[in-house]
Design a protein around this ligand. Sequence first.
Ligand code: COA
Length: 311
Amino acid sequence: MGMRILGWGTALPDRVVTNADLEKTLDTSDEWIVERSGIRQRHIGESTAEIAIDAGRSALSQAKVDPASIDLMILATTTPDQSVPATSAHVHHELGLGGGAFDVNAACAGFVYSLVMANGLLGSGAKRILVIGAETLSGLTDWNDRNTAVLFGDGGGALVLESVPDEGQLLSWDLGLDGSARHILHADLGGFIRMDGREVFKRAVRVLVDSATRTLEQAKVRADEIKLLVPHQANIRIIQAACDRLGIEHDRAALVLHRTGNTSSASIPLALVDAIDHGRLESDDLVLFSGFGAGMTWGSALIRWQAEPDE
Ligand code: COA
């Protein structure tokens, strides 16, 4: 038993905050932000549930499935709307989903964690699972702190998955965590994100490369066989350094961070759907997702793409 991707969708709040907007309130410049991170703008606004509902609705409609036929919804988010109940309760109700739902917080690796979990559940009885990554990092951002304010944004992305009797599209995966690094990127309850940027950068490249390599090895796939790397969208320089070490040309990485900033668990589905919309994937292409984040968590998943959900 395995999983098949039936549909996908994304959501970004309407309000766009450009680097030029940030120049007005912070001691920073468009030039610095673009050169050091690759980010030009980010979307801000709405609640995590509203973004998740938009992304989920769009994926369900593309998959042409009845929301009531969903067995389970997994919402990856680091920025829930409240402590209790889980944000997934709101999303589940508004979308009219069947089955259960819960939130997962694995920071920026949350979408890959959720995808791998969904794959396991689809192999043990679940028929259809909706996986959503949705975030409102704007609420965790100290807009007076130039070290972090220039990096983050809000957004969401979703995939509808169905169980299939064969191996399915997920070929191999790797999940991990090094809790001894939890202090380098954190937000206390009620507080803002604080980060040792250089340390996060260094470790991010390392865990991305190691996790991606383990995932490729498991499936006996070489890096040059990968059509598209869909990395967590934190910093263009992290992505390019990881590509160099993996032996993947820069233009084989999916990128949306220039227009979204770092949207944590939403960033991988946002980058994936952007690549699909630009016609970058065909049936049988190998796609490697790789995320990393606070914790530090990491997660990679190798997918064999299927061009049309209803093919
Ligand atoms: N605008 C202008 N200058 C800034 C700035 C900003 N927004 N933010 C920091 N600076 C300054 C620093 O104060 C420092 O000045 P100093 O040399 O006088 O001390 C200088 O720029 C260089 O800072 P440094 O931290 O070395 O820059 P960097 O090249 O490492 O880039 C980050 C900073 C944050 C962009 C980079 O470290 C990064 O992306 N780290 C990973 C963060 C991340 O991905 N987090 C999420 C993980 S899921």
